[in-house]
Design a protein around this ligand. Structure first.
Ligand code: FES
Length: 252
């Protein structure tokens, strides 16, 4: 059933140029073939069209609908539900500032406020040169390194307003910037293609170099009654004895 048949306005979408459509259709066929039901490939296909244009355009929505035999209304509903799909062109570097509770109280709110002022753009906007877009994002499960900034979903840990402004300045100037951990940074479109499910061949992308380190294990160490590295005299919480409660002491 079409949008018009559903009583919805038709999307004014130009088709992709023939060559682009053929290339994307081949990629889409590969992605769709990974699932028992074609419609299950919608999320990867939305990343695929986002990789083409830097956002999910009306053309991209129509392409996904055609490939999966869905209505454009159905595709639009999904594309507008998940915040990783952009409805306007993202910058080459999409900067997400975590403003969930832990990051916020440790400086995330201040980082986001100062970045907006520094760049002269608001939430979900892109600089005029197309280099940077910013967005306040929800928890990225990196609270042990709060406050956290993501650039194209790579981690920049333990940020301050000053380091975050230096980061976007370096990105705009084309200076090399390295995430705190994990693979090297790549552009927004390249990231979207990886998220669609195509191979990520960046060094460090498929090993444990992006995993957390000592701060991630601090809680586990405390629970085991171990002192934290570099904290002589720190209070040790011993494991709960079989018959009693938690015992506490001070490291000698
Ligand atoms: S609150 Fe920011 S990463 Fe969890």
């Amino acid at each position: 059933m079409t949008n018009v048949e559903l009583g919805l306005p038709a999307l004014p979408a130009k088709p992709y140029p023939e060559e682009v459509h053929a290339r994307l259709a081949a990629d889409a066929a590969e992605l769709i073939g990974r699932y028992p039901q074609p419609r299950s490939a919608l999320l990867p296909l939305l990343h695929l069209v986002q990789a083409e244009e830097g956002f999910v355009s009306a053309t991209g929505i129509r392409f996904c609908a055609e490939q999966l035999e869905l209505t454009t209304a159905e595709v639009t509903a999904v594309a507008t539900f998940y915040t990783m799909y952009r409805r306007r062109p993202a910058g080459t570097y999409h900067v997400g500032v975590c403003t969930n509770t832990l990051c916020a109280v440790l400086g995330g709110d201040q980082i986001f406020a100062e970045l907006q002022q520094h760049l002269g753009i608001g939430n979900n906007e892109t600089t005029a040169d197309g280099a940077i877009s910013i967005e306040h994002i929800e928890c990225n499960a990196a609270c042990d390194y709060a406050p956290v900034v993501m650039v194209n979903w790579e981690f920049f840990d333990d940020q301050t307003p000053q380091s975050a402004k230096r980061l976007v300045d370096d990105l705009r100037a084309g200076r090399e910037v390295r995430p705190t951990r994990g693979a090297r940074l790549c552009g927004f479109k390249e990231t979207a293609r990886i998220l669609a499910g195509f191979p990520d061949e960046r060094p460090g992308a498929n090993d444990e170099s992006g995993a957390g380190g000592d701060p991630s294990l601090a809680g586990l160490r405390l629970a085991r009654g171990e002192a934290l590295p570099g904290t002589p005299g720190a209070r040790i919480v011993s494991p709960r004895p079989e018959t009693g409660g938690t015992s506490e002491g001070t490291e000698a």
